[in-house]
Design a binder for this molecule. Structure first.
Ligand code: HEM
Length: 211
């Protein structure tokens, strides 16, 4: 789980950096998307690796949750967390919400079937490139769509605020002295990702980024 989680965390960081090209305008994100798609087979190999990492992460996550439940079948009369935080004890919930989000997100921006009229495949920009800028901006101008993203990003924050420090522990790279700093680092990284990701729909909704 730690290895695949790290791969997925790496993707989430790089994906946010790529997505910030939306703030440059059509010449930013449309050029970025065109460059990515021009990589041909590399894109498909990358997608296969990501799919494998995602599948392994989910299967082990569900297995771990079932094993934990089987280890304490009777509910305690008094539920009191010792070391566990809210984020750590809700990993399966936040994880499954993220699975639902990723399925929706792929249908929205990769397969582009949720709103075909504004899909980048159907609309080309002035330079003849798929208009990803139009798809993203017009998509997030719908409050309901933006709300789905903002709420999902809060779950991403919850998931990463435990996950981002958990893998450091799993790899044995921490001890009692360094653990508090690792915890703070994990939460800080998750908060930066939360702010970065929600900035995109929010700045579009308030009209700062427009078409
Ligand atoms: C405001 C937030 C986000 C925006 C604006 C955004 C934007 C996009 C766009 C435009 C694409 C299509 C790229 C293309 O085919 O040209 C895409 C693909 C994708 N996004 Fe996001 N994304 C966001 C958040 C996320 C998050 C949080 C995750 C993961 C948890 C994620 C995972 C993916 C994946 C797995 C793909 C498919 C990559 C591929 O086609 O190979 N995205 N995203």
């Amino acid at each position: 789980m730690a290895v695949t989680g790290l791969v997925l965390l790496g993707f989430v960081i790089v994906h946010l950096l790529g997505n910030t090209s939306v703030f440059v305008g059509p010449d930013g994100i449309n050029a970025y998307a065109e460059k990515l798609h021009s990589l041909g087979p590399v894109v498909y190999i990358f997608r296969l690796v990501m799919l494998a990492a995602f599948a392994i992460h989910i299967i082990y996550g569900i297995q771990l949750t079932l094993e934990n439940r089987a280890a304490s079948p009777a509910k305690y009369a008094i539920q009191k967390r010792q070391r566990a935080t809210f984020a750590s004890s809700t990993m399966i919930v936040s994880g499954l919400v993220l699975l639902a989000f990723v399925i929706y997100h792929l249908l929205h921006f990769t397969v582009q079937v949720t709103d075909p009229a504004i899909s980048a495949k159907a609309n080309l920009d002035a330079l003849g490139r798929p208009d990803v800028y139009l798809m993203v901006v017009k998509g997030f101008q719908k409050i309901f769509v933006s709300l789905i993203y903002v709420v999902s990003m809060v779950f991403l924050f919850l998931h990463l605020s435990h996950g981002a420090q958990s893998f450091v522990q799993t790899f044995g790279l921490t001890n009692a002295n360094t653990l508090p700093a690792v915890n703070v680092g994990g939460k800080a990284l998750s908060a930066i990702l939360l702010l970065g990701y929600i900035a995109i729909p929010l700045l579009i909704v308030i009209g700062f980024v427009k078409i």
